[in-house]
Design a protein around this ligand. Structure first.
Ligand SMILES: Cc1cc2nc3c(=O)[nH]c(=O)nc-3n(C[C@H](O)[C@H](O)[C@H](O)COP(=O)(O)OP(=O)(O)OC[C@H]3O[C@@H](n4cnc5c(N)ncnc54)[C@H](O)[C@@H]3O)c2cc1C
Length: 437
């Protein structure tokens, strides 16, 4: 950490000293998607000057630093979707990258377990989907084999997915930042983008206005200029798109996910990842048992509407964030269509015993006294005006002088951390094509 901070401040000083506030490409957002993209761009175009702008003082502290840490295999996603393609590719790339860089990971596998008879057809369909997506090593297994893999887990049938793993995504993201900086890229932290507009000088009269026609200003009034912009702002992707004059839709709706932690003396109950059969109406995978790289076991996350973007505590509240989703998104329709699901998730978030009852369907030995409340993450989930949760990753540009120079990452929820290297390859292709680099 200390090294990275000093490296970043060294870079900032260098920016100031050289008076470099102009970049060929600026990436907004220093999460795993932004950092992977910046890295891919500079490795492909070493002669370009590229800057990453991040509003926090540290990198990768939002979704990238608050997630389950699972390297997903790609089983869940609609065949041919971007998620299916980029997750399968991305998982292989993350394993390879971690090996190369000496970043610890564990390929500890995963069981998706049907505990009710009625879940079996959905489990079988999921298995077929995984095979179609090209996920390696999948097997449908019965009760006896579930016990061999997870001695304390009960279930009627399961998908055994040995390719799934775990990693610390913040560590991976910081390693992307290091690669980027070593290749000559600049990271500007404490830079909260507030305006994106065309340079005031007429492009025909000013040399700089012609070369760097976009001005990006932060909340302190400081500016950088650039030719092209890639936005990877996670929970703020809609606001950043709107302030660049591009489409405000789809809106981001923040969904908090709370985790519970198994007490250390009970960690023997779980060996690898244990997941439920997901509810196909939602892009969330359901409360699961996940080993962490530090040896602890997390249970979660649930999915409750957050009253604040980046609001990690249940009572964090922002009137603007709430009004935004109520007025400008299809949230009301979503709530009406899924009222009982929402109430149930809120109930489980409030009462530990309700979550434990759900967990006992998988591991009957778990009791309320075995668990502690843990951290939470907030998902940036795009929602369209009709109240539909946008399933796939969404990338788009805009029209006009600014829109023609911007590529927005609009929806990059799970498994975007797994897929980050594959997404970055796609973004580098897109940038090259759109902006004729
Ligand atoms: C609870 C939870 C569990 C998850 N589990 C998994 C999992 O197991 N496996 C998996 O693959 N994925 C998982 N995900 C999804 C994964 O974490 C995200 O898809 C991924 O981290 C998205 O990365 P990002 O860079 O787009 O967003 P972020 O990490 O949120 O980064 C966006 C960055 O943009 C910055 N920013 C925003 N606005 C501005 C501005 N105005 N100016 C400058 N900077 C700005 C933010 O400060 C932030 O650093 C999970 C997510 C959550 C929340």
């Amino acid at each position: 950490m200390g090294y990275r901070k000093s490296k970043i401040s060294h870079m900032l000083t260098k920016v100031d000293m050289l008076g470099m506030s102009s970049f060929d490409v600026v990436v907004i957002g220093g999460g795993i998607v932004g950092l992977a993209s910046a890295r891919a761009l500079i490795l492909r175009h070493p002669a370009l000057s590229i800057g990453v702008l991040e509003k926090e003082k540290d990198l990768a502290i939002h979704q990238t630093g608050h997630n389950s840490g699972v390297i997903h295999s790609g089983i869940y996603y609609k065949p041919e979707s971007l998620k299916a393609k980029l997750c399968v590719q991305g998982a292989a790339l993350i394993y390879e990258y971690c090996k190369q860089k000496g970043i610890s990971y564990k390929q500890c596998g995963k069981l998706i377990v049907a505990v009710e008879q009625e879940e079996i057809p959905r489990l079988q369909a999921l298995y077929e989907r995984g095979r179609q997506n090209g996920v390696q090593g999948l097997r449908l297994i019965q009760q006896e084999d579930i016990k061999k893999k997870e001695p304390y887990c009960r279930g009627l049938m399961a998908i055994d997915c040995p390719y799934t793993g775990i990693v610390d995504y913040r560590q991976v993201a910081l390693s992307f930042a290091k690669d980027f900086q070593e290749a000559g890229g600049f990271v500007l932290t404490n830079f909260e983008v507030k305006d994106i507009e065309l340079a005031k000088e007429s492009p025909s009269r000013s040399k700089d206005g012609m070369k760097y026609p976009i001005v990006i200003r932060n909340t302190k009034g400081e500016e950088v200029q650039c030719q092209y912009v890639v936005t990877c702002a996670g929970l703020y992707s809609d606001r950043i798109s709107e302030l660049s004059g591009c489409n405000p839709d789809p809106r981001i709706v923040p969904f908090r996910g709370d985790y519970l932690i198994l007490k250390p003396e009970k960690c023997y109950l779980v060996k690898g990842n244990i997941y439920p059969v997901p509810d196909s109406r939602f892009p969330f995978l359901g409360v699961h048992f996940t080993p962490r790289m530090d040896g602890s076991i997390w249970l979660g996350p649930n999915a409750v509407l957050a009253f604040k973007r980046e609001g990690y505590r249940p009572f964090d509240f922002s009137a603007r964030d709430i009004m935004d989703v109520i007025i400008k998104s299809g949230l009301i329709k979503l709530v009406f269509q899924n009222f009982s699901y929402g109430v149930n998730e809120m109930y489980k978030a409030c009462f530990l015993s309700a979550t434990v009852k759900h967990l006992q369907k998988f591991i009957p030995e778990i009791t309320v006294s075995d668990i502690l409340r843990g951290p939470a993450g907030v998902r940036a989930q795009a929602l369209d005006r009709d109240g539909n949760l946008v399933e796939d990753f969404v990338f788009d540009g805009g029209v006009g002088d600014i829109g023609n120079r911007i590529l927005h990452v609009r929806n990059a929820p799970s498994p975007a951390a797994t897929s980050s290297l594959a997404i970055s390859g796609m973004i580098a292709d897109e940038v090259q094509q759109r902006f004729k680099l």
